[in-house]
Ligand binder design. Structure first.
Ligand SMILES: NC(=O)c1ccc[n+]([C@@H]2O[C@H](COP(=O)([O-])OP(=O)(O)OC[C@H]3O[C@@H](n4cnc5c(N)ncnc54)[C@H](O)[C@@H]3O)[C@@H](O)[C@H]2O)c1
Length: 477
């Protein structure tokens, strides 16, 4: 029986291995992690990550050909294929701090394999790695002196949290990079055979190692760039009275642009987009491509600006002060259908509102209070102005404003008349995801604002043509 070991039981390792176990019942898949609590949760009814459809698959395969264990070394020793699915966060210290990927977890895995493996392994980079990480892994393996012919492949994961199971079932493509040597080609073919059990062959792309590693960073950079691009336009729409959804619809009909990823919002979040772009920026700087680095850095800069802009707009609209006012924040996950809060825009929005001394009440259907508190906690510790509640109505009760940060479907179906009745007037709503019907809310009596939508109350700025472009002095007269 073929044996797979996946090191790292996180948002990628758990779902991807569950899918392989489901589609390849003849393969034994062991998912290992140093985090014993996480492994215990994978072995319980309360899985450590929320992802629609995942629990059913885990239930079907667990104990059959899907195992979750902390016995890392045993699993490595027995495996034919070893997927490396550990975290590769942005470095927070030393050279490249704030941009480069922190590869200490990857290196530690490579050292464990070098120490334990007694037979040749196919080692697969599933984590997102900087270009040429495979070289480092090979170097560490070679230094073990055991003369085992390990192969290292790059097989980046393109799933999106919230739709991970659908993405894994029917991926747009599976990308496998390997060395163009007889051993490398053989390893690539063996991995292709695993995916080909459910993915059509024409969707399995094989490339060089470096192209595969780089493609993952570039895919995330392009996706994030679209969000930042439409978000720049949202600011212009707010200034001019245009509607960003109408603009997005109009440009998205152009088949060269396409309609996806054109939804303006409070900003992108998640563990990947920012980290991978910063990693790309670092890579460009390393190779002396400072203009290219600056271009991509702009995508992250714009995202940070959008988050701050949203919070600042709330303060401005609430008569320039939120001190002592209760504000309800709906949603804390970085997007709907996940409990992941890494780099969630909600963190910035809540922190900014707390800094303005607002009393912030947060509700999210999937994120526990402890997780929200630990994301918001600053250097001064717990903020006593923050409360976390168990439903949207409790959050809104007595609040001056309702701030929607995550696009959970349930928020579209709230009883807004009931909510309006419990809020001081004027009652404000700020929809950071443009999912609520602003006109209907305005009829109830709310002062409702969206992202990139004509403002409810603020007068429009004068048309730009009224300004004398070459004579700034004329404007101040
Ligand atoms: N989350 C996503 O949507 C997504 C999508 C595509 C790619 N990726 C990439 O996949 C990788 C993993 O992401 P994630 O979201 O699953 O991270 P995660 O933090 O959820 O999981 C990583 C796990 O690896 C474990 N780990 C770290 N070092 C270990 C070691 N030496 N031995 C055993 N276990 C170890 C950690 O305890 C953790 O549970 C990252 O490189 C990420 O960029 C993530």
């Amino acid at each position: 029986m073929t044996k797979i070991c996946c090191i790292g039981a996180g948002y990628v390792g758990g779902p991807t291995m569950a899918m392989i176990a489901l589609k390849a019942p003849d393969i034994t898949v062991s998912v290992v992690d140093v985090n014993a609590a996480r492994i215990a949760a994978w072995n319980s009814d309360d899985l450590p990550i929320y992802e629609p459809g995942l629990a059913e698959i885990v239930k079907e395969c667990r104990g059959r050909n899907l195992l979750f264990t902390t016995e890392v070394k045993d699993a490595i020793r027995e495996a034919d294929f070893i997927f490396v699915s550990v975290n590769t966060p942005t470095k927070t210290y030393g050279i490249g701090a704030g941009r480069a990927a922190d590869l200490r977890f990857v290196e530690s895995v490579a050292r464990s394999i070098a120490e334990v493996a007694e037979s040749p392994k196919i080692i697969i980079e599933k984590s997102t790695m900087p270009v040429k990480t495979a070289e480092t892994i090979k170097d560490i393996l070679a230094a073990s002196g055991r003369r085992l012919a390990h192969q290292v492949l790059s097989n980046p994961e393109f799933l999106a949290e919230g739709t991970a199971i659908a993405d894994l079932l029917e991926p747009d493509r599976v990308l496998i990079g390997g060395e163009h040597t007889p051993g490398g080609d053989q390893a690539v073919a063996a991995l292709v055979d695993i995916y080909a059990r459910w993915v059509p062959r024409e969707r399995i792309i094989t490339t060089s190692l470096w192209s595969a590693e780089l493609s993952k960073l570039v895919a995330n950079a392009f996706l994030a760039q679209r969000i930042s691009s439409i978000n720049t336009i949202s600011a212009l729409c707010e200034a001019t009275g245009a509607d960003v959804d109408e603009v997005a619809n109009a440009i998205g009909k152009d088949s060269r642009i396409g309609p996806k990823f054109l939804k303006s919002s409070v900003g992108f979040g998640g563990s990947c987009f920012q980290k991978d772009i910063l990693n790309l920026v670092y890579l460009c700087e390393y190779y002396g491509l400072s203009e290219v680095a600056a271009y991509w850095n702009g995508v992250v800069h714009m995202n940070n600006w959008q988050k701050q802009r949203f919070a600042a707009r709330i303060v401005r609209t609430l008569f320039n002060t939120v001190a002592g006012k209760k504000i309800a924040v709906l949603g804390f996950a970085f997007k709907k259908d996940t409990n992941d809060t890494r780099e969630s825009p909600a963190i910035c929005v809540v922190r900014d509102l707390l800094a303005e001394r607002a009393r912030v009440s947060v509700y999210d259907p999937q994120v526990p209070e402890s997780q929200i508190r630990s994301e918001v906690r600053g250097p001064d510790g717990e903020n006593e102005l923050l409360t976390v509640v168990s439903n949207a109505y409790e959050a809104a009760d007595g609040a001056h404003a309702l701030v929607l940060v995550t696009e959970w479907d349930a928020f579209k179906h709230l009883d807004f008349e009931r909510i309006y009745a419990t809020m001081p007037k004027p009652a404000f709503i700020f929809d950071g995801r443009n999912i609520l019907p602003l006109d209907e809310l305005r009829q109830i009596g709310f002062r409702a604002e969206g992202i990139g939508k004509p403002a409810y109350s603020a007068p429009l700025l004068p048309h730009p043509s009224l300004k004398t472009v070459y004579s700034p002095a004329a404007l101040t007269v």
